[in-house]
Design a protein around this ligand. Sequence first.
Ligand code: BGC
Length: 447
Amino acid sequence: MAQAQLLFPQDFLWGTATAAFQVEGNNTNSDWWAWEQQDGRILHNQKSGLASNWWANAEQDLDIAAEMGTNAHRLSLEWSRIEPEPSVFDDAALGRYREILQAMHDRGIEPMVTLHHFSNPLWLVEKGDFGSGVVVDYFRRYTAKVVDVLGDLIPKWITINEPMVYVFMRYLSGAFPVGKHRGWAGALRAIPNLLRCHAAAYHTIKEKLPEAQVGVAKNMAVLQARPGSSALSRWWAGQISWLFNQMWLDSMQNGRLYFPVGRRTIPHLAGSYDFIGLNYYTRFYVNFPPVGGLLSDKWEPDAVVSDGNYGEIYPVGLYKIIESLLPYKKPIYITENGVPDKDDQLRPSFLMTHLREIWRAISFCYPVMGYYHWSLVDNFEWDRGWTQRFGLIELNPETQERTWRESGRLYADICHSRSLTSRQAEKYAPELLQTIFRGESPIAEPL
Ligand code: BGC
């Protein structure tokens, strides 16, 4: 039978994503390391330990990434390694990052580097971290050092990973370190400081490397009222969605700070991004009043939900969110998308259905330039420790043994062929033969 094929553009980037603390191991100067040592902070009190052992041997996974046929990888740098004490930069750590970045280039894998991915040097915490304005100069100086020593190897940059998730988890839910200065007051101090850090890093990079592409990785979720709910709930969902999804981008676009009140202008913030990095995972229902917490309403009873109630699998949401980004008129990279699924029951179909939505967006000439699957290899999932496995490659953290998941083989086929095919569906996710190849997928409604 003829094979159906959804082809992607020649220059589309096929990638995977990781973050330093989650894969490197032994990040003993980080606030996360200290957090892990406290009883009850991480599910089952698990420890990151060697993590995926990247500090010693990132190269073994980069070999796998190359074998998979990827040509891009998003990784982050651990600030607490590079600057273990204020103003003391560790040349050996910077040297090791040079080796890792060079190893990527040697394998035809283009690096996208994140400067801040949730973890902080312990000394910064002592100084008040993002709750204090002093963070801006420290972040600028750290960025300048990285640009000087590693910049020639980094074509694409992310300043800060998921700032609004960070604010929510660090200041409001308390699932992230450091447990001090929590609450709305702290959150409202951190938001402008994070925006200032972003602007400082953007201009520091661009002054020294005008050709570099610099953006932010923004987690965006579909946040909507449950069908049939009240007008008040629909209004509330719109407010929450704007706050979580759009506010940060609007601030970067026009330089204004919307909180607490007064719409202040942040110097040098307007227009300080070259692309939008979109991290997309799921949809949540949001109802008013938010009894039991902001996101407690969650999903329909028949929704397909991934391991540990992480979230509903909702591929059309990716298309909807891409559409919502069009007014910003910037290139879009999907800088994270993945699913916790230890047994790999959901991931093959997850991969194909989400990539199908990207293909659909590209076919309307929407500027989606690349896809970085979260994640290449199982890694330490923050407060959920090792209980949630996002890897295309399975890892046994004790033995460090790696095993290809079927979804890893599927992604390899996709990357090598630069397409989604009915043959892949036959082999890895036969249920899709009736939907993405022969039927209709739901048409997206506006967000
Ligand atoms: C974060 C990653 C995390 C992933 C899965 C993203 O929000 O950037 O660090 O592992 O989600 O939860």
